[in-house]
Design a protein around this ligand. Structure first.
Ligand code: 5GP
Length: 203
């Protein structure tokens, strides 16, 4: 029997190149999880599709989403806007899904304010050398953008203290198990099982 049927909001953050995308891709093989698709003003990378990887917006469109309170949170990361559309997250949580947000640190803290019961997971490579190698190998950004993202990664270090869990992404298969176990353990938390306890008391 699965503990706590209520959906949990899980925020996964990590330095650019930490392997968040790969880990989340694996998680999404389980229909119990729903992945929120963010809006961004960043230009699509080769192979990225509208509505699959992001909802690609102009700055004006993004501003309008902010004004109309369509975003749960938003932040500027390396000169581009990123934000989480509100409606999908609320609907999926209501339907009992575990909702995954793959967002950066400023957004994660905003989410913690709105949903204190959410779970913040920070994914990190074993070292900054490995991070640089991964960013260079994936060839999706040019050298100056890689430098910007590495610089930002160093700034993000300070935010790691605010996370509930730190997962070192060294061996991918182990990382995925670790993240799944964290979510599983969260479902077993006493605070998330109050209704079940009350039910037992009434028997
Ligand atoms: P990328 O440009 O590499 O796709 O994403 C850059 C950063 O923005 C990553 O750290 C990613 O997690 C973050 N990000 C993606 N979507 C959102 C969002 O909706 N809100 C916030 N705050 N960050 C996001």
């Amino acid at each position: 029997m699965q503990n706590s049927h209520k959906g949990i909001l899980i925020v996964i953050s990590g330095f650019s190149g930490s392997g968040k995308g790969t880990v989340i891709h694996e998680l999404m093989k389980n229909p119990r999880y729903a992945l929120s698709i963010s809006a961004t003003t960043r230009k699509p990378r080769v192979g990225e599709e509208e509505g699959v990887h992001y909802f690609f917006k102009s700055k004006q469109e993004f501003q309008s989403m902010i004004e109309h309170k369509e975003l749960l949170e938003w932040a500027i990361f390396c000169d581009n806007y990123y934000g989480t559309p509100r409606q999908y997250v609320e609907e999926q949580l209501f339907n009992g899904k575990d909702v995954i947000l793959e967002i950066e640190v400023q957004g994660a803290l905003q989410i913690k304010e709105i949903f204190p019961e959410c779970v913040l997971v920070f994914l990190t490579p074993p070292s900054f050398d490995i991070l640089r190698q991964r960013l260079e190998q994936r060839k999706t950004e040019n050298a100056s953008i890689i430098e910007k993202r590495l610089y930002r990664a160093k700034e993000e270090l300070e935010f790691m203290y605010d996370y509930d869990y730190i997962v070192i992404n060294d061996i991918l298969s182990e990382t995925i198990i670790n993240v799944k176990n964290i979510i599983q353990a969260e479902h077993c938390k006493t605070a998330r099982n109050q209704i079940f306890i009350e039910k037992l008391k009434g028997e």
